[in-house]
Design a protein around this ligand. Sequence first.
Ligand SMILES: NC(=O)c1ccc[n+]([C@@H]2O[C@H](COP(=O)([O-])OP(=O)(O)OC[C@H]3O[C@@H](n4cnc5c(N)ncnc54)[C@H](OP(=O)(O)O)[C@@H]3O)[C@@H](O)[C@H]2O)c1
Length: 302
Amino acid sequence: MRLAEVERPVPGDGEVLVRVRAVSLNLSDWETLVGRPAYARIGGPFRPRDAILGSDIAGVVEAVGPGVTRLRPGDEVFGDNLEKKGGFAEYAVAREKALSVKPAGLSFVDAAALPQSGVIALQGTRGVEEGQSVLVNGAAGGAGSLAVQLARRAGAEVTGVDRGDKLAFAREMGAHHVLDYTTADFTRAGARYDLVLDLVASRGVLALRRALAPDGRYYAVGGPVPTLLGVLFLGPLTGRRIRVLAVRQNETDLLEIAGRYGDGTLNPVVERTYPLEETPVALRHLGDGDARGKVVITVDAG
Ligand SMILES: NC(=O)c1ccc[n+]([C@@H]2O[C@H](COP(=O)([O-])OP(=O)(O)OC[C@H]3O[C@@H](n4cnc5c(N)ncnc54)[C@H](OP(=O)(O)O)[C@@H]3O)[C@@H](O)[C@H]2O)c1
């Protein structure tokens, strides 16, 4: 990665130019950068299709292209710009439909932290009921730290699985129980869960079946392609609800998670911020697995 002066992008039909104020890192940025898991090479087998990565942006509308009806210059917006990316920059172009108006009480940093992780967490924990037993695999990461909180707020008994040095953070987020994945296998711990939300899909379907209550659900969100394919094709044969969760970004869910975060119902998940020039250091921090919750880049377009 390198820092360079490039032309300011121009919004096309239905697109908006955003002056970026903050952009959060997602594991998907790191996966696209290093080309692993294999799905990260879709659209760019040998190098990332987009030279500038960064999808979870928050900023101010600078200009709008033809056909934009909802947003106008000066609006404060946020959203997951996964389709066009370009967020590790002073200006980024996004489709109007990828952006929502930022709630006034939410800072740009918090707004940038939420789109991808927040919507994964919301859709992944939807339907959790009081008294249920929920396990979040990858509990100290971006999506996991929000999912733990949502499940706990829904009244579930929550187990968080992550690397040992991050388990205190998973507890801070609300996990009643924690497991270190480097020394323990949650599918062999003897417990049966009503929901397993798996951000890192580390186990095969037979092992997963063991860890589910008879009516339990398992959702794989990310992880190695062979494991995800196993879940996709073999999951339905297990007699349990074991499947891949295809997360759909949408404004209703984004505003719901932003509302709950903004009114203090959820604990802060932003671990630290870095200036734009330090984006490579920030990505390395995430890629090395040292981040807890969300890491956000702040941008001062001068
Ligand atoms: N399904 C969809 O529609 C969809 C949409 C968008 C994104 N995604 C995917 O969703 C995932 C979201 O991840 P995120 O942003 O929350 O990642 P993250 O912030 O990097 O968190 C992942 C956490 O899992 C931990 N971990 C790694 N291996 C583990 C294992 N075997 N068992 C338990 N924990 C483990 C990591 O710790 P260490 O690194 O220290 O091991 C890290 O703390 C990404 O894979 C992304 O590609 C899916």
